[in-house]
Design a protein around this ligand. Structure first.
Ligand code: NAP
Ligand code: HSE
Length: 431
């Protein structure tokens, strides 16, 4: 049988892994798809750059047209990153009837719907498993494995850099900046790690997950985002004392027809299945109406893990080619987008306050919470050495976002409250 020819856009961390897997697993691939799989051309920025792979330099090009206009190339694998130019290249490739596999979460979170429409119109496959949680086959699990169920809730540790930082700060007492540098050296962090630590990378992945899981077009702007850069050692320590582990959690919840999607540092009960996910590992907890609790765990980044997802997508494309069914996946979400209002979003909260250490202050604070019908689940009060200050740490019972915001405003206006030091969402055992 004629080989399938692949054009590779990018030969960096992921691209190198893709070349290795296609070479090293050729027998397995042949068995799966019934023909050899060959990389014909590779787009790079700098053909003269030293590579860790022994690659035939004549395969390298700096001109995308050498790939997207080559009639012998059947599939384009995009692992170069970038948004606008990359989008243009992929659209041209699909208009030229080339199937596309991409690992690009930035592109799919922003323009996924448009690209999927172009794919559908041109009867092309556009697969993007590697864009969320690297080596974990979570998108396929949502779309295929759980296709008969109604997904109610997804919680994800979908950014390896922040999970690594929080794990090392919490377990080894290391400083934030120091551990962030480690994550950069180890290659998990983005070139500019702001998108990792401020939650944007996780938000992009949650927009993709929510769109597929809820069959509703959830845009990046619909995801409420906060990152971990303000999390302190004290927050981790008090959290631990109260039985919680801090994680950057992507949270997607459906109630009735409405959904909420957010990314925020969250204190998880130590018994929650996600609390034990350490270092750079990722995991996605999915609660389905029929299946109940499931959890998908594995490496969320790295050369070979991410390339595994990319090459598995390639296998899917080639199997579809054999059956003549490429580009048949429905692109229209089943439900119109309906987002919850703040008064419909509920959570428990951790709150750390510095207050004047004097009689009656705690009663004042309690009365504010009581006026909104919010009670406490856990309380710690400790003296602070200077200025007659006491530190109060509270965990509330469930409150709406609307009530909680009003409570914070009233606390800020209370003379006895010197500073609201921190506040985090709290998640219990599971649904
Ligand atoms: P990378 O190591 O920076 O590699 C990028 C590659 O693309 C390089 O080979 C570079 O060429 C080439 N390239 C970049 N811009 C180009 C341009 N304008 N024209 C031609 N070639 C260009 O990136 P990566 O870590 O492999 O990530 C690739 C994609 O996978 C990104 O979308 C990323 O978000 C996604 N992803 C990465 C991971 C991961 O663990 N790294 C995990 C999941 C998803 P040179 O080699 O000549 O510089
Ligand atoms: N910077 C990302 C992370 C890479 O830390 O998870 C994988 O998308």
């Amino acid at each position: 049988m004629n080989p399938i020819s692949v054009g590779l856009l990018g030969l960096g961390t992921v691209g190198t892994g893709v070349v290795k897997i296609i070479e090293n697993h050729q027998d397995k691939l042949m068995h799966q798809v019934g023909c050899p799989v060959k990389i014909k051309k590779i787009l790079v920025q700098d053909p003269a750059k030293a590579r860790t792979l022994d690659i035939d330099k004549t395969m390298l090009t700096t001109n995308p047209d050498d790939i997207i206009l080559d009639p012998e190339i059947d599939v384009v694998i995009e692992v170069m990153g970038g948004i606008d130019d990359t989008k243009g290249i992929l659209i041209e490739a699909m208009k030229g009837k080339k199937h596309v596999v991409t690992a690009n979460k930035d592109l799919m979170a922003l323009h996924g719907s448009e690209l999927l429409t172009v794919a559908y119109e041109n009867q092309c496959d556009l697969f993007y498993e590697a864009s969320v949680a690297g080596g974990i086959p979570i998108l396929r699990s949502l779309v295929d494995g759980l296709s008969s169920d109604r997904i109610i809730k997804m919680m994800g540790i979908v950014n390896g850099t922040t999970n690594y930082i929080l794990t090392k700060m919490s377990k080894e007492g290391r400083a934030y900046e120091d551990v962030l540098k480690d994550a950069q050296d180890l290659g998990f962090a983005e070139a500019d790690p702001t998108s990792d630590v401020e939650g944007l990378d996780a938000a992009r992945k949650m927009a993709i997950l929510a769109t597929l899981g809820f069959s509703m077009k959830v845009d990046l702007d619909d995801v409420k985002v906060s990152g971990i850069s303000a999390v302190t050692d004290d927050d981790l320590r008090y959290g631990k004392q109260l039985g919680y582990t801090m994680k950057l959690i992507g949270f997607a919840h459906r109630e009735g027809e409405k959904v909420e999607v957010s990314v925020a540092p969250t204190l998880l009960s130590d018994s929650h299945p996600l609390a034990s996910v350490q270092n750079e590992y990722n995991a996605v907890y999915v609660y389905g109406e029929a299946v109940g609790e499931t959890m998908f765990y594995g490496p969320g980044a790295g050369s070979l893990p991410t390339a595994t997802a990319v090459v598995s997508d390639l296998v899917g494309v080639i199997k579809n080619l054999r059956l003549g069914v490429n580009g048949r996946s429905a692109v229209t979400p089943q439900y119109p987008k309906q987002l919850k209002d703040d008064c419909e979003k509920f959570s428990k909260y951790f709150l750390r306050l510095h207050v004047q250490d004097e009689v009656g202050v705690f009663a004042e604070i309690t009365s504010i919470f009581a006026s909104f019908g919010v009670s406490f689940e856990k309380i710690l009060q400790l003296p602070v050495k200077k200025n007659e200050t006491a530190e109060i740490v509270l965990v509330t019972h469930r409150a709406s976002v609307t009530s909680y915001k009003q409570i914070l405003t009233e606390l800020e206006n209370l003379k006895a409250v010197k500073k609201i030091k921190s506040s985090y969402r709290v998640e219990g055992n599971s649904l």
